[in-house]
Design a protein around this ligand. Sequence first.
Ligand SMILES: C[S@@+](CC[C@H](N)C(=O)[O-])C[C@H]1O[C@@H](n2cnc3c(N)ncnc32)[C@H](O)[C@@H]1O
Length: 236
Amino acid sequence: MTADRSREHLIEVYRKKAKHYDLTSRLYPVPGYPVRAQRRMAVQALGLRRGYRVVDIACGTGLNFPLIESVIGPDGRIVGVDMTDAMLAQAERRTASNGWRNVSLVQAHAAQFDFPAEIDAILSSYALTQVPECAQVIAHGAAALRIGGRWVVLDVKLPAAAPRWLTQLGTAIVGRFASIDQWIERHPWETIRAAMQEELAEPSWTELFFGTAFLAAGSAGPGTADGTTGRQVPRG
Ligand SMILES: C[S@@+](CC[C@H](N)C(=O)[O-])C[C@H]1O[C@@H](n2cnc3c(N)ncnc32)[C@H](O)[C@@H]1O
């Protein structure tokens, strides 16, 4: 499948899922999978404060928005980016029903999105492993963060040397959005890990729930916006 074709296919998949996504995402991949706890961990890792400006890449229906809003308050700003119109329509509904006036929604492909300058934090949850250009997205975001700004990625992965039942769990998770074979072959979580290490200072990597998910985080250092890497930033 060409890149354009697989992108169109993903959009079609999410158009069908959009209306019931909030409900079905709670039950995926199996009832009881700690999606909500993982989401809270990811938002916590952003280190938000009142008034912060946050970009949520591939925001879907905006399930992260309530957690972000509760910290940044009305003085802050959320920019939600997604390529699927129907998912953004649900995010728009959520925004209106909560009366948030500080949310902008942008329909764009993550790799083509022009990040606003000097933002405080970027989050992407359960989405970036679906984006073949994920390293580019991480680099663009890192360049737009203010110094000390945080980049956090939460997503699913396959556990290393997984017992059979765990592999099945992992493939059940990804089965909802991608060709499993391609996804497994690409090991996109490794690409994300390497890109976070390359682009950000003090990168961290935490495996969650028996290695079926990961939380990758890092901060923009003085060297990250001018072409040098996060790892070259002096620590301490
Ligand atoms: C599983 S949903 C996750 C939504 C949300 N982040 C969450 O945590 O519930 C994946 C979302 O990624 C979006 N997406 C996938 N590839 C994308 C891309 N290349 N650019 C922008 N959005 C993308 C889909 O449209 C979908 O809304």
